[in-house]
Design a protein around this ligand. Structure first.
Ligand SMILES: Cc1cc2nc3c(=O)[nH]c(=O)nc-3n(C[C@H](O)[C@H](O)[C@H](O)COP(=O)(O)O)c2cc1C
Length: 301
């Protein structure tokens, strides 16, 4: 049985990866996620300058998901690379995807160039879609801006460039622009802008008012987006949003995803989730007579 898939030059032993951000920002956590069974790991989104993020509380636990407003807190690209270099040997063996965020087109290009020259990354993922950080969100709402970022990054790197988008009304135009200007894959979706109110304090719970909703609440929406993108575009898709059980992985593959990422389920249930998902997928394939996971991709169409 083969579980291997590829996203441009990135070869994965199976389709289940760690999503950006949920395990914080240390390289050590990425190594642990890989050893626990993720086929590839995505870093927290990194910006050129360090970012403190929002004051607490930044996470609200909800019945069907999680609301977060971490606000792209990260040590900055240079500091993060320095930390990674301490684990260079271990990281060299792992498919690590560096996620980049920024406020200007030039920020993305600068970060991409700094990351590419160190040789630690196997691919880049451009976060154009953090729903509670205005500077970043604008990129996924404007096809022209999205195109400029993808073009600028592609010009300074030979790594595959994945573009991560959120739920916007003009998503199709943004994807078209990203694909036309060199995106190797589309990651969909980021968290969805949402909020919660403390009825006794009589005000929004999050200091930033809005946060991003993730987890099972957004799964049917993410699945619908992947299904639609598969119909419209001939580009590999990475499905993300609410994947909790192996059945969800199968659904995303059948909708058209070549690979998937898991965030909230790892945050909630720990790293053991990866083995559970991979084993469930294998069992399903055996029972249903699939020899190659690639045969599932887009099957529901
Ligand atoms: C606490 C937390 C932090 C996150 N940080 C990032 C980030 O830095 N960059 C990014 O692209 N996505 C980030 N995300 C979004 C996830 O990568 C993913 O797209 C989203 O949570 C949906 O998947 P899930 O339902 O499996 O969590 C974050 C999500 C959470 C819950």
């Amino acid at each position: 049985m083969s579980l291997e898939v590829s996203l441009a030059s990135l070869k994965l032993k199976h389709p289940i990866m760690l999503a950006s951000g949920v395990l914080g920002t240390t390289p050590n956590m990425l190594i642990r996620a890989y050893r626990a069974g993720a086929s590839a790991v995505v870093t927290k989104s990194l910006t050129v300058s360090p970012r403190e993020g929002n004051p607490n509380p930044v996470i609200v636990e909800l019945r069907f998901g999680l609301l977060n407003a971490v606000g792209l807190a990260n040590p900055g690209v240079k500091n993060y690379i320095a930390e990674c270099l301490e684990y260079e040997e271990a990281m060299a063996k792992i498919p690590v995807i560096f996620s980049i965020a920024g406020a200007k087109v030039e920020d993305y290009a600068e970060a991409a160039s700094l990351i590419s020259e160190k040789g630690l990354a196997k691919a880049l993922e451009l976060n154009l879609s953090c729903p509670h950080v205005h500077e970043t969100r604008q990129f996924s709402e404007d096809p022209k801006l999205a195109a400029r970022v993808v073009k600028a990054v592609s010009a300074v790197t030979s790594l595959p460039v994945f573009v991560k988008l959120g739920l916007t009304t003009n998503l199709m135009e943004v994807v078209e622009a990203a694909v036309k200007h060199g995106a190797s894959a589309i990651t969909a979706i980021n968290t969805i802008r949402a909020m919660a109110i403390d009825i006794y304090a009589k005000r929004p719970i999050l200091s930033s008012v809005y946060g991003g909703l993730s987890g099972p609440a957004i799964k049917p929406i993410a699945l619908r987006v992947v299904y639609e993108l598969y119909q419209e575009f001939n580009v590999p898709l990475i499905g993300v949003g609410g994947i909790t059980k192996w059945e969800d992985v199968v659904e995303f593959l059948m909708a058209g995803a070549t690979a998937v990422q898991v965030g909230t389920a790892v945050y909630r249930r720990g790293l053991k989730v990866f083995r559970e998902l991979v084993n469930g997928l294998k069992r399903y394939m055996k029972e249903e007579g699939f020899r190659d996971v690639k045969d599932l991709i887009g099957m529901a169409h």
